[in-house]
Write a protein that binds this ligand. Sequence first.
Ligand code: HEM
Length: 134
Amino acid sequence: MKINSTAYGQGDSTYQAVGGDDGVKKLVNAFYDIMETMPRAKEIRAMHAADLTETHDKLYRFLSGWMGGPRLYKEKYGSINIPEAHQHLSIGVEERDAWMCCMRNALKKQPYPEDLKEYLLDQLSLPAEACRTK
Ligand code: HEM
């Protein structure tokens, strides 16, 4: 049965639809693999530390809670406000779009239904826009 996209976002339905903990991990792995290699992402990759281990752990934990699953970020790092966490960075339209492009390509590699990929891109565009500092 096709899941109606309006059902995503209710409770932990998004988290379950991506495949739970393992699914979030796979998405974040793909996201940073793309950021490492895509020429368009060179500038945003350079904003991050050389070693992505902690950023990786943070995005994975954040997305787990954001998708309605366990609030793993809070458990380990405490509360977070996404726009505030990016305030020290120079993020404009190009950087925002490069980040979204990494996410779009990472989603393409996941076995999710198309409407879930669209839903996630749509929902992530809100915090991505809110991270802009210029
Ligand atoms: C709009 C484009 C974005 C860019 C260029 C960007 C870039 C970065 C960079 C460079 C860091 C590391 C900061 C540091 O080490 O000082 C970071 C941290 C982080 N980003 Fe983003 N980001 C973007 C959007 C997003 C979005 C949309 C989300 C969530 C949906 C997100 C989630 C996070 C999280 C959870 C951290 C860890 C923050 C912390 O614990 O301090 N980012 N981001």
